[in-house]
Design a protein around this ligand. Structure first.
Ligand code: HSE
Length: 324
């Protein structure tokens, strides 16, 4: 019986969450596929870190070519974060005939066309469900069950760290720095949280959503973006006195003339609006399609296990094709 063999690039928070998801639910994963699934090699320098899980030392390597050149590896999971070397590694894996899964929104948004084209040229499957909305299965839903729609609008809380900070400032009266430290400790924030608090991470995710929903790719650097660094307790109080909450919203909408409007910025949201009640690291994505009408998706948008769940979901989908 074939074993699906995986090479993992990066074992930080999300890599660890992915490894744990597979270990925790190995029975379910392998029963679904009727085969064994194994992470056989891990590109990671920090081999001694306490990950709260046993990882055999012989799995670690510091040479990415060990993974790219291993003919037995079917799928490469890229969880290094950042645009480079992650993008180059994914392209190399594809050119070596490996299917690729990533959670890396920065790399997918920056190099969307090249990654998609290289996957197609090399006849491999490229999946990135975990890159938007963490554990929420939004990309597969937009490109699968909802594909019969012409999409009109998307509005989302797409960054768990900033939503956590705004929630803690609004509900718990925490100050900004304290809430950010908390989000970092819980494994929500990027290695450099500037991408979270400046809205860049949400812009990366909006760029991916727009490419899939409107077939309209806009580099994230061209999306008008404002983060939450200027949000003070006074502004939160002012919103409260207007029966509103401040939320970092990523928004794109098709205008009547067919052009697409897009932006990421903190907005006043009425306390009665469903998006106002998305708390902590939860994300929500509101979508309007011309046939299905309004839909809203809700779930944990950050964190090792919710993201690991989405990564492993992609691995299972690819494995089904490999085993066909
Ligand atoms: N830093 C990101 C967030 C991680 O806080 O949402 C999930 O993409």
């Amino acid at each position: 019986m074939k074993t699906i063999k995986i090479g993992l690039l990066g074992m930080g928070n999300i890599g660890t969450g992915t490894y744990k998801t597979l270990e925790m639910n190995r029975k379910e994963v392998e029963a679904t596929l009727g085969t064994k699934v194994e992470i056989v090699k891990i590109l990671e320098k920090d081999v001694d870190r306490d990950r709260g899980i046993e990882v055999p030392m012989e799995k670690f390597t510091q040479d990415p070519d060990v993974i790219f050149n291993d003919p037995e590896i079917d799928i490469v999971i890229e969880l290094l974060g950042g645009i480079e070397p992650a993008s180059t590694f994914m392209l190399t894996a594809m050119k070596n005939g490996k299917h690729v899964v990533t959670a890396n929104k920065a790399a997918v948004a920056a190099n969307y066309h090249e990654l998609m084209a290289t996957a197609k040229e090399n006849n491999i499957i490229f999946k990135f469900e975990a890159s938007v909305g963490g554990g929420i299965p939004i990309l597969g839903t937009l490109t699968g069950p909802l594909r019969a729609n012409k999409f009109e609008e998307v509005m989302g809380i797409l960054n768990g760290t900033t939503n956590y900070i705004l929630h803690m400032m609004t509900k718990e009266g925490m100050d900004y720095d304290e809430a950010l430290k908390d989000a970092q400790a819980l494994g929500f924030a990027e290695a450099d949280p500037t991408a979270d608090v400046e809205g860049i991470d949400a812009a990366n995710k909006l760029s991916i959503l727009m490419a899939l929903m409107f077939d309209h790719y806009v580099p994230p650097t061209e999306i008008p973006t404002t983060g939450i660094t200027q949000i003070t307790k006074e502004k939160i109080e002012e919103a409260r006195s207007n029966k509103c909450k401040i939320k970092l919203i990523a928004h794109a909408k098709e205008e009547e003339d067919g052009s697409i409007f897009y932006e990421v910025r903190p907005m006043y949201i009425s306390e009665t609006h469903p998006l106002a009640n998305i708390n902590k690291e939860f994300n929500a994505v509101f979508v309007k399609g011309n046939a299905v009408d309004d839909l809203m998706f809700y779930g944990k948008g950050a964190g090792p296990l919710p993201t690991g769940s989405a990564v492993m979901g992609d691995v299972i989908e690819i494995s089904k094709t490999i085993l066909r």
